[in-house]
Design a protein around this ligand. Structure first.
Ligand SMILES: [Zn+2]
Length: 261
């Protein structure tokens, strides 16, 4: 019996998606005025490679960089060392990276890769959750959140709201642009996960106005200020509810997603 090769969607292969990420990075302006030895594209692509390879630390990635073939796979001319990578990338605003996420997402849409992720009546499950990625009692920047302890000491930290389209039967997830939880220009007040979720939903509507989602989040999100920005649109919400009330959540979502609701 003849073996039928699986249909390969070339524009959704790792090579094609890496090239897309590379070209999106290449369109970002370099903040440095002099003629740098290592381009911003190489630094961004190196950081991307580090996460893509699931390197456990910058040091582990440095080893991979020396021994592996990250140059060929990710199209990097020169990989910066860890200190240099931090220096180049620190001034890069997270919002510059939004077009990279949307371009990959559109490629997945065009390639019909999203269809397998559809969860309920044309809706996708969108998971939101906050996570911390930096904490220090000594090092801090203008964007750091801070917590003053009873003994007067201060902890500085950074968090972000991670977001991804998920499906219980599909191993892969499709990450969307995370929303940073950080102090914004001209404010001394700490930002919070709830505000980040509101900003994220507003931006999601701009970037993907026709994407119908059921947002799953923890109980922090089950409040009116978060629900309201989403209700006039196609986005509906459920959250970390107890198992017994989940059917009610889904039937409510279903009703609210009907035309005119
Ligand atoms: Zn900071």
């Amino acid at each position: 019996m003849a073996i039928v090769a699986p249909h390969v969607r070339k524009h959704l292969s790792a090579d094609a998606l890496f090239r897309l990420v590379h070209s999106s990075f290449a369109s970002l302006p370099d903040h440095r005025l002099d003629d740098p030895e290592i381009t911003l594209t190489d630094a961004l692509m190196s950081a991307f490679a580090m996460f893509s390879l699931k390197a456990s630390s910058l040091l582990a990635f440095a080893k991979e960089r020396a021994e592996g073939n990250v140059h060929t796979i990710y199209g990097i001319e020169r990989v910066p060392c860890d200190t240099h990578m931090r220096e180049i990338l620190e001034p890069v605003s997270p919002k510059w990276l939004r077009p990279v996420f949307t371009s990959v997402f559109r490629q997945l849409q065009r390639g019909k890769a999203l269809e397998a992720m559809m969860f309920l009546d044309g809706h996708y499950l969108l998971a939101l959750d906050g996570t911390g990625y930096f904490s220090s009692k000594t090092m801090h920047c203008d964007s750091c959140l801070h917590k003053v302890h009873r003994n007067g000491s201060i902890t500085y930290y950074h968090q972000m709201l991670g977001t991804a389209i998920v499906h219980p039967d599909v191993r892969a997830v499709i990450p969307l642009m995370p929303e940073p939880i950080m102090k914004h220009d001209g404010t001394e007040k700490n930002d919070c996960e709830r505000n980040a979720a509101k900003r994220f939903i507003a931006t999601l509507r701009q970037d993907h106005p026709h994407l119908q989602c059921i947002v799953t989040a923890d109980t922090l999100s089950s409040n009116a200020p978060i629900v309201r920005p989403s209700t006039p649109t196609v986005c509906t919400l459920s959250w970390g509810a107890k198992k017994a009330i989940m059917p009610l959540c889904f039937s409510t979502c279903k009703q609210r997603s009907m035309p005119g609701r």
